[in-house]
Design a protein around this ligand. Structure first.
Ligand code: AMP
Length: 216
């Protein structure tokens, strides 16, 4: 049976960083809805153009567009053993759609690690975050600076600040999270799938908590 892990939590909680660790451990594909939108944006696709109008404002891309995009991603053969989902679902409608999709693949959501951190920590992390252009490796100007300013330690590519990591947009993204994504915490709690992880800790400690939850 395939294994599906859904990483839930506000922007800046560290879901992307932890997802990369899980990918290495479990060999499952990392499905990040934000990364797929950014890839489309970079390639100038129609989907990228639609998504951009919402992303730059810190709003969610409409459910029908997002669900169709994830559905297509699941159809690729690397998803046969399962996936690590990061940033999807983000609304109750997306969570329902996910259940239906996974049923078609003979599976269901197995566990939902819920990574949290206080709002001031989220804001500081997001506004100081630098992302690598080639592979999305993540750095922070204060907490995890690259060895050479502006250059990714892992692949030497240029680092950039995401448009939506600028402070006005960050505030809106966090608000949107509380309004539209928080209901999923209750939803997955009721289904006994939720494991709370304290994201306000060093990366290795967060990973250790996550591995502990997954081993249960
Ligand atoms: P992220 O990289 O996960 O922080 O996502 C960046 C932006 O992409 C979000 O602020 C939304 O505009 C959009 N986005 C990513 N995932 C979703 C989703 N599941 N539903 C709607 N919009 C999304």
């Amino acid at each position: 049976m395939p294994t599906y892990i859904v990483l839930l939590g506000p922007p800046g909680a560290g879901k992307g960083t932890q997802a990369k660790m899980l990918v290495e451990k479990f060999g499952l594909p990392h499905i990040s809805s934000g990364d797929i939108f950014r890839e489309n944006l970079k390639n100038g696709t129609e989907l990228g153009k639609v998504a951009q109008t919402y992303m730059t404002k810190g709003e969610l891309v409409p459910d029908d567009v997002t669900i169709a995009m994830i559905h297509q991603r699941f159809a690729r053969p690397d998803c046969t053993p399962g996936a690590i989902l990061d940033g999807f679902p983000r609304t109750p409608a997306q969570a329902d759609a996910l259940e239906m999709m996974l049923r078609d693949f003979g599976g269901h959501v197995n566990i939902v690690p819920f990574v949290t951190a206080p709002v001031d920590v989220l804001i500081e992390r997001l506004t100081g975050r630098w992302t690598c252009k080639a592979n999305g490796h993540i750095f922070h100007e204060k907490f995890n600076p690259p060895q050479k300013a502006g250059i990714c330690d892992q692949d030497g590519s240029e680092l950039y600040q995401r448009d939506d990591d600028k402070s006005e947009t960050v505030t809106r993204r966090i608000e949107v999270y509380f309004q539209q994504t928080m209901p999923l915490v209750e939803y997955y709690k009721e289904h006994n799938l939720l494991f709370e992880i304290d994201g306000d800790k060093p990366i290795e400690e967060v990973s250790a908590q996550l591995m502990g939850a997954l081993q249960k």
